[in-house]
Design a protein around this ligand. Sequence first.
Ligand code: GLU
Length: 396
Amino acid sequence: MSAKSVQFQDNEDQVNSLPKLASYRRIVVKIGSALLVDRVTGLKRDWLESLGTDVAALSASGVEMMIVSSGAIALGRTVLGLPKGALRLEESQAAAAAGQIELAKAYAEVLSHHKLRAGQILLTLADTEERRRYLNARATVGTLLRLEAVPVINENDTVATTEIRYGDNDRLAARVATMMGADLLILLSDIDGLYTAPPHQNPHAQFLPVIDAITPDVEAMAGAAASEYSRGGMKTKLDAGKIANAAGTAMIIASGTRLNPLAAIDRGERSTMFKASLTPVNAWKTWISGNLEPSGRLVIDEGALVALKSGKSLLAAGVREVAGQFTRGDTVAVFGPDGREAARGLIAYDAADAVKIAGRKTNEIGTILGYDARSAMIHRDDLVVRAAKRAATAKE
Ligand code: GLU
C-alpha cells in the first residue's frame, strides 16, 4: 500500500482500525437507490454533492474511483409520475430509461464541480459473463480511468429482461470490481454493516466490524432474503462479498445515510470490512495460469523472452510461431526459443490474425489487418511469466 495521505478535512480523532481509503489503488463505490432518490422530491442533490466531494478527495489522492449507481428506476418513477406499488416490467424499463438520463446528468454535473469528468457505462449480465464482451467492457472502463474520468455504471435495465439480468447492483458492483481488479468495493445503503442476526428482528444482535471469510456461519447471520421486491438485502450483499473476496477485492458495507459517506468510513464510523485473501493482481494471475487449458501456443524469440521477464507486454514482433485454434481472450501458452514454457496469457487477437502479424512491427499491424488493433499480442496485465525452475518443456 502506498503512503498517500488522506485529503479529508473532517476530524480524525476517532480510532480507525481499517486502512484509510486513500491507501487503496482502485475503489468501486455502489450507491443504493434510497440514498439518492426521495419518492416525493426526487434526486437528493445535497447528498450527491457530498458524495462528489468525497470521490474527488480520493481521486486527488491518486485512487482510481468507479461508481456503480442505482436509482434509475426510482428516479424515473418520479420523473414519469408513475403510481406507487409494483411496476410491470415494461413500466420499470421505461422508468429506468427516463431515470438514467437524469441520473447520468446529475453525476456529470456534480463531478464537474471538482473538475472531474464522468463516463456512463450501462452493462447487462452478458457484458460481464461472456469473455469477448467482458474484455471490451474492461477495456472501455480501463480507458476511462486512464483518461482520469470517473466511470458511472448501472445495469442496462431498459433492455435486460428478467431471466438475464443481475437485478441487483450489489452483485453487479462486485463483478465490476473483480473485472477491473479493484482492491476495494464499498456498498453504501441504509445498512451500516453485518450483525450476528438481522437487527430489526433480534434486538440482541451484535455488530461485526471485520469478517475474515464469508463462511456458511456468516451467511446464516444475514437471515432469509427479503421480499422479492426488496433487492439488495444482506443476502445479496454477502453474495457480492463472496464474488469480490474470491477475486482479491476487499468489501466494506457501510451506511450512506449521512452526508460525506466515504469520509465517514475513513474516520472510523461503523462499517463492516470483509477481507480478501489474495491481492486482485495475484487472483487474476492465478486464474490465468492455473484454471484454464491453453487453446494455443506461441513461440517467441530471445529478445521477447527477455522483455517478458522484465515485466513487459508481448509484442507481435517477437513472435516466431503461432499454433492452435483460439479467439481473442483465450489463454495461450508462450514458449521460449529453448522450447520451454515461459508464460501464459490472454491473447488479444484471433488465431488467423495472430498468424498474419507474427514477427511484424507494431506500426505495420494496422495495414496488415485492415483495422486499428491493439499493439500487444498479450498485454502484460494478462500475462503470467513462469518461474524458471518450474517451466515445462514444449514436448510435455
Ligand atoms: N439498476 C436499478 C436502478 O438503477 C437498481 C438495482 C438495485 O437497486 O440494486 O434503478
